[in-house]
Ligand binder design. Structure first.
Ligand code: CAA
Length: 302
């Protein structure tokens, strides 16, 4: 357990997809902090909040929490219209799609809008924290100036796993610029959400996806080459290695677009041909067969 206090009195979460919603839920329920959630799609936020309602109701039914705790957690969640409404938060966690340009734009807005001492965390699963941190240098400053270093020093990687309420781990990643205090407070916050923390260096994919995605990619190549059927590939890992899901089912669960963009980050970030994305994965994403979220991937409606 960390001895450093996280000092987060209000949290902002940007992105209300499956990751952002899960992060908002564990923050409100376990760390007991008020959470401001923003997503450019209202529809996405409503979907996220109805999932939160369902999960809280199940926790009550199963006797894991009291109804009053569920109500309090729900009251801590507030939808807001934009980053401007988050100006007083102590930390923001960005959980939008895996796109460096989008993240750079958002982090620049965070730096311009949020308090100068707010922690700027990203839930990215593979993109360089150092590159994201380089986007928050105030106008007219250089990366090496005192203001430049102070601003980028509060950027940190806080990588949750899906489903967030169930998976016990958070990966903590420092960029080259990240301050020790930022790291300590981010770790303390993850622990307040009752997560174990594993630290990774800022390499493409960090530890988790530098190992997981090549495994999933190889499984897709096995299918492509006809080495085994979909069901036999997955069964091999479920029953032979006790994985909760086989690699193809897991790819559908994560989202094939997310798998592809992580694999592309590994490939371009290392220039190593062993990370070349499978052509079948590329074609499935071209077809918008994205796995569970689109109702079709390697499986249908799984
Ligand atoms: N949100 C919240 N809770 C969920 C959930 C979701 N989306 N999906 C399942 N759960 C909960 C269920 O409600 C259930 O809770 P109870 O015990 O209270 O009933 C519990 O998880 C178990 O679910 P099920 O009984 O329905 O099914 P299961 O035993 O097969 O478990 C699973 C489901 C937890 C998803 C399990 O299959 C699993 O652990 N799969 C592997 C998941 C994994 O590897 N995740 C990491 C992906 S990589 C990533 O996230 C990072 C990245 O960068 C890509």
């Amino acid at each position: 357990m960390s001895v450093i206090a996280h000092g987060i009195k209000t949290l902002g979460v940007l992105g209300a997809g499956q990751m952002g919603t899960g992060i908002a839920l564990v923050s409100a329920l376990r760390a007991k902090v008020p959470v401001l959630i923003h997503d450019r799609s209202r529809d996405q936020v409503s979907k996220g909040l109805s999932l939160v309602d369902k999960l809280l109701a199940k926790d009550v039914t199963k006797g894991r929490i009291q109804q009053s705790e569920a109500n309090e957690a729900r009251e801590r969640l507030r939808i807001v219209d934009g980053i401007e409404a988050m100006r007083d938060v102590d930390m923001v966690i960005e959980a939008v799609s895996e796109n460096l340009d989008l993240k750079r734009t958002l982090f620049k807005s965070f730096a311009e809008t949020l308090r100068p001492d707010a922690i700027l965390a990203t839930n990215t699963s593979s993109i360089s924290i150092t590159k994201i941190a380089a986007a928050v240098i105030p106008n007219g400053q250089t990366a090496a100036s005192e203001e430049g270093r102070a601003s980028s020093g509060r950027v940190v990687g806080l990588h949750f796993f899906n489903p967030v309420p169930v998976m016990k781990l958070v990966e903590l990643i420092a960029g080259v610029q990240t301050h020790k205090d930022t790291l300590g407070r981010a770790r303390a916050f993850a622990e307040a959400c009752r997560k174990e923390v594993a630290v990774s260096n800022d390499v493409p994919g960090f530890v988790s996806n530098a190992l997981l995605m090549p495994f999933i990619n190889e499984a897709i190549m096995c299918l492509e080459k006809g080495t085994a059927s979909r069901d036999d590939i997955d069964k091999t890992f479920r029953l032979g290695m006790n994985h909760p899901m086989g690699p193809l089912q897991l790819a559908d669960f994560i989202g094939l677009d997310t798998c592809l963009s992580i694999q592309q980050t590994l490939y371009t970030g290392t220039s190593d041909s062993k990370y070349r994305p499978s052509i079948l994965l590329e074609r499935m994403v071209d077809a918008q067969w994205l796995g569970r979220k689109s109702g079709k991937g390697f499986y249908e409606n799984n």
